[in-house]
Ligand binder design. Structure first.
Ligand code: ADP
Length: 397
């Protein structure tokens, strides 16, 4: 293991489990603040391992690897939510400081536990049930109306592990396909299919001493279960709904004991009398794709804020720097070379901020993003999308 060198000046070492782009993007603000990052990476070519000098390779499910990693860190945080609860428990029992703590992370790891807890808190969710048999699937679909949305409680991302189903038989087929065959009796999450107007995300950060800060509510534009663009702030959002969802996210962070950044993904809906309302879709307890705009578009970006929060430092101001910031994801296309596109996109739009993750291009994989801030939303959106599309090779001029 390549252990971190302790910086002079009393600065801490923050350990990040997982070497993806989120860990990588914490590195910039860490360097600026003089904080040492250390990343437990999947392999030497992981996105963060290419950027962070201390990036020992280890398996996030291996308690010995995590223990050894944590020994060199003051606090440990996460790039993903896949460290098993049993491993987290052992580490906490041995005195490792985890942010977010194990008890909070559970609600980002298990969608059934999340639904249960949010419902207890009176947070608006889609109608849902834990289904353990074909009869329960049929009963739920008949009660809320078909089709319904089925989710594996654990391990899903970017829409994998989520299916729209029209009958109880569909569930069995889908479980086979996602590689989680076996009895529905293990329990899956079934939700009503929400007829939403659009998807909104609220990002907040909370520190162990309880300080919290919220960024403006954003709209996330999705295609095939993958976020393509984020509009900050969400255009034409009813200010009352913005306040309500922000309050809900801050409450979730406090009640669940989240530390660091919490992303609350929601659906905007219209209730019976036509008023704007929300339903929570899911939670992520780490910096999140819906917050990448803040790196260039807010006074304090989410990666800096996450570091401040996990170190229990006072939080930075989350307000926007410009009327609009648009983030366009660069999803891998057929073209593997990204760097040759820089000359064109940088010459064409000197105001566009390009972020690339050092990942091998694969079709549909998030390999970077572009932020554009402007006074005009449509202009910002067109510019960000163009740069992202040029990078992935789907436009050529
Ligand atoms: P993942 O954990 O894979 O990101 P999500 O739970 O966020 O999965 O679901 C992926 C997408 O599926 C959402 O962004 C949304 O577009 C759609 N979706 C999820 N749940 C529902 C629902 N109950 N009703 C309608 N659409 C849904």
């Amino acid at each position: 293991m390549s252990h971190p060198k302790r910086p002079p000046g009393g600065f801490p070492v923050v350990g990040v489990v997982g070497g993806g782009q989120l860990a990588r993007m914490m590195h910039g603000p860490a360097v600026e603040l003089g904080i040492q990052l250390s990343v437990l990476a999947e392999d030497e070519l992981a996105a963060a391992a290419l950027a962070v000098p201390s990036a020992p390779v280890g398996d996030h499910r291996d308690v010995d690897a995590l223990r050894e990693f944590a020994r060199h860190c003051d606090v440990v945080t996460f790039d993903h939510e896949h460290v098993p609860q049993s491993v987290l428990e052992t580490l906490e029992d041995e005195g490792v400081v985890l942010h977010p703590p194990r008890a909070a992370l559970r609600f980002a790891q298990d969608k059934l536990a999340m639904r249960q807890r949010l419902t207890e808190l009176g947070i608006a969710c889609p109608r849902w049930v834990r289904a353990g048999s074909a009869a329960e699937v049929s009963a739920f679909g008949d009660a809320v109306g078909w089709p319904v949305v089925a989710k594996t409680p654990r391990g899903g991302y970017d829409g994998k592990g989520v299916a729209v189903i029209r009958s109880a038989e569909d569930v069995a087929d889908w479980l086979d396909r996602v590689g989680q065959p076996g009895p529905v009796a293990d329990g899956i999450l079934l939700e009503e299919k929400v007829d939403f107007v659009r998807e909104l995300a609220v990002l907040v950060a909370r520190s162990p001493s309880g300080q919290a800060a919220a960024w403006p509510v954003v709209e996330t534009v999705q295609a095939d279960g993958i976020c393509t663009d984020v509009l900050a702030p969400a255009p034409d959002l009813d200010p009352e709904l913005a306040a309500i969802v922000t309050e809900a996210a801050l409450r979730i962070a406090g009640e669940l004991g989240v530390t660091g950044v919490l992303a609350v993904e929601t659906f905007e809906v219209r209730d019976e009398d036509g008023r704007a309302a929300y339903r929570v879709n899911e939670l992520a307890m780490r910096p999140h794709n819906s917050g990448h705009w803040s790196m260039d578009g807010a006074v304090t970006g989410q990666f800096e804020q996450h570091l401040r929060a996990v170190l229990d430092l006072p939080l930075g101001e989350p307000t926007a720097r410009a009327p609009w910031t648009v983030m366009a994801n660069v999803l891998g296309g057929d073209y593997e070379q990204l760097y040759p596109a820089y000359r064109h996109i940088m010459a064409r739009d000197p105001g566009a901020k390009v972020h690339v993750y050092g990942k091998q291009v694969r079709p549909g994989r998030k390999v970077g993003h572009v932020n554009v801030s402007a006074d005009d939303l449509d202009a910002a959106r067109a510019r960000a999308r163009h740069a992202a599309d040029y990078l992935r090779g789907v436009v050529t001029e």
